[in-house]
Design a protein around this ligand. Structure first.
Ligand code: C2E
Ligand code: CA
Ligand code: CA
Ligand code: CA
Length: 277
């Protein structure tokens, strides 16, 4: 038994070493990928439930490695958030999304652009100022830009979060609270902070076929709208869900039912094909 135990210990150490090496490699590769231009933003349409029109897109990052192929954001965003690489990557994401917004606008596709911002990125000194300067210098109307933030950011203990949100809000940028209902939800900050959109997490939308699930969704919609927020349903995959969300006056939705996140060029063609009809 002892021998067995020691072997097992040995085995675990080997596994652990491999895991550590993997993380170290990934850390290096993440940075190289930025230099090599291996990140791409994909775009998922945000659709108005009332008239089925596209009002905007959410930018979602993809890492396309020449050897490993497609690496999903869940495999590297958390790691990037653990060290400061997310700041560099986040800057690239913002720049890229704003430029795409302008490119589409010049082609007559005037839609709102939603950008995911991670906590560390948002909590940097001068985040608001730098973003506002950037948007000004590109002559973008701030009300065409939405930042998607998770609840995690709002539980920050000091008041810097409030000041940053106020600054962005006064300038005209919209704030969307992402993954609503999954995090450290506290309703008090819905009152306290200037939030324009509530995004109901997919896990709630998945539950829209049972009565209890519906109670949650309808409560979030009613509460958010009473606080003058627009409600976005995320991860909508079926027509029945669209009908249901429409029936309860939810404002917007995203999901595979309408479209997966797609390349900019693909979105452009999709958008134009819809305009013709
Ligand atoms: P998120 O912001 O909650 O994004 C929604 C995720 O759900 C996306 O996964 C999207 O592709 C996926 N999704 C959308 N509709 C459906 C659907 O109908 N069914 C299913 N099964 N999935 C759907 P993705 O692109 O893999 O991104 C995962 C997460 O990674 C995002 O969650 C976000 O937290 C993070 N992320 C992605 N791009 C960025 C980025 O540019 N910056 C930052 N900071 N985080 C990002
Ligand atoms: Ca999001
Ligand atoms: Ca989510
Ligand atoms: Ca999220």
């Amino acid at each position: 038994a002892k021998k067995h135990g020691r072997n097992r210990y040995h085995f675990f150490t080997k596994d652990l070493n491999e895991a550590i090496l993997k993380v170290i490699n990934l850390n290096k590769e993440m940075r190289t990928a930025l230099k090599n231009g291996d990140y791409k933003l994909f775009y998922q349409p945000k659709v108005c439930l009332k008239d089925s029109k596209i009002i905007g897109v959410e930018a979602l990052i993809r890492w396309i490695d020449k050897e490993k192929g497609f690496i999903p954001p869940s495999d590297f965003i958390p790691l990037a958030e653990e060290n400061d690489f997310i700041l560099e990557l986040g800057d690239w994401i913002v720049e890229e999304a704003l430029n795409q917004y302008l490119d589409w606008k010049s082609k007559g596709i005037d839609i709102v652009m939603s950008i995911n911002i991670s906590a560390k990125q948002f909590l940097q000194n001068n985040f608001a100022k730098n973003l506002i300067d950037k948007i000004n210098s590109k002559k973008i109307e701030p009300n065409r830009i939405i930042l998607e933030l998770t609840e995690y950011i709002l539980i920050d203990q000091n008041n810097s979060v409030y000041a940053t949100l106020r600054k962005l809000n006064k300038f005209g940028i919209s704030i969307s609270l992402d993954d609503f209902g999954t995090g450290y939800s506290s309703l008090s900050y819905l009152k306290k902070y200037p939030i324009d959109y509530l995004k109901i997490d997919k896990s709630f939308i998945d539950d829209s076929f049972n009565e209890q699930g519906k109670v949650f969704i309808e409560t979030i919609v009613k509460m958010g709208q009473a606080l003058h927020m627009k409600i976005v349903a995320e991860g909508v995959e079926q027509q029945e869900q669209v009908e249901y969300l429409k029936s309860i006056d939810c404002n917007l939705y995203q999901g595979y039912y309408f479209s997966k996140p797609i390349k900019a060029k693909e979105f452009e063609e999709f958008y134009k094909s819809l305009e013709k009809n």
